[in-house]
Design a protein around this ligand. Structure first.
Ligand SMILES: Cc1cc2nc3c(=O)[nH]c(=O)nc-3n(C[C@H](O)[C@H](O)[C@H](O)COP(=O)(O)O)c2cc1C
Length: 215
């Protein structure tokens, strides 16, 4: 039985288009694989803690030498990381905010990119010292953006610090099987928005069907 972790980063609820994509994912996947276990992690509507002095001190020392305060400072990180390790499939829905990601998602990334937990360092490999520890996982990045042209070769490619950044971070943690579905041009009026929404919903369902065939 596959385990799916669904993460939502939008600050919006019902009106969120990236959240709608993760809902479609859950519905469509469960329709085909009823036995799937799904865990939900809300970031956009939660207070994701920022790393602080205790967190940093704790993360870079052996577990047995941590003080009680340092252990406490890592509790949220431990929970998030355990969820990532347990999942076979990670579904991340996120808007583009100011050409990158919402701050709640950045705070989450700071909590989960942790040495000896999600990656380790090979000091002999100066050019790419990262060895990812999240193995055999598939990531679906489900994105929403007000503007368009962010794809490879697009006129806004140079402004896109959303999926290139997310791919880099998840690659470092060991995830290389990554799919991207994006809604673009939400701000260009209802007609264009609707077209992009419908297209992305269909693309997502087709992608799930393909993924399931390959498993
Ligand atoms: C604070 C904020 C910043 C945004 N920054 C950008 C941006 O830099 N580029 C862009 O194309 N759209 C931007 N948008 C538009 C959102 O990406 C778009 O509305 C998206 O659908 C929001 O995701 P959601 O529907 O899941 O909430 C921004 C929206 C907000 C609220």
């Amino acid at each position: 039985m596959k385990k799916v972790l669904v993460i939502n980063a939008s600050a919006r609820g019902q009106r969120s288009q990236s959240r709608k994509l993760t809902e479609i994912f859950t519905e469509h996947w469960k329709g085909k694989r009823t036995e799937t276990e799904i865990t939900n992690r809300q970031l956009g509507s939660a207070d994701v803690p920022h790393v602080n002095e205790n967190w940093i001190a704790a993360a870079f020392k052996p577990e047995t030498t941590r003080t009680e305060d340092e252990r406490k400072a890592l509790e949220t990180s431990d929970t998030y990381i355990a969820e990532l390790h347990q999942a076979d499939i990670i579904v991340l829905g996120t808007p583009m905010y100011n050409w990158s990601i919402p701050s709640a998602l950045k705070a989450y990334i700071d909590q989960v990119v942790r040495v000896n937990e999600t990656f380790r360092i090979d000091a002999t490999n100066i050019q790419y010292p990262y060895i990812g520890l999240l193995e055999n996982k598939t990531l679906f990045l489900l994105l929403s953006r007000g503007d368009q042209g962010y794809e490879k070769g697009g006129y806004n490619e140079h402004m896109n610090f959303q999926d290139p950044y997310l791919k880099t971070v998840f690659n470092i943690m060991g995830i290389h099987h990554i799919h991207v579905i994006a809604i673009n041009g939400i701000s260009y009026g209802p007609e264009k928005a609707q077209k992009s929404i419908e297209l992305s919903h269909q693309e997502l369902k087709d992608l799930i069907d393909l993924e399931l065939k390959q498993q």
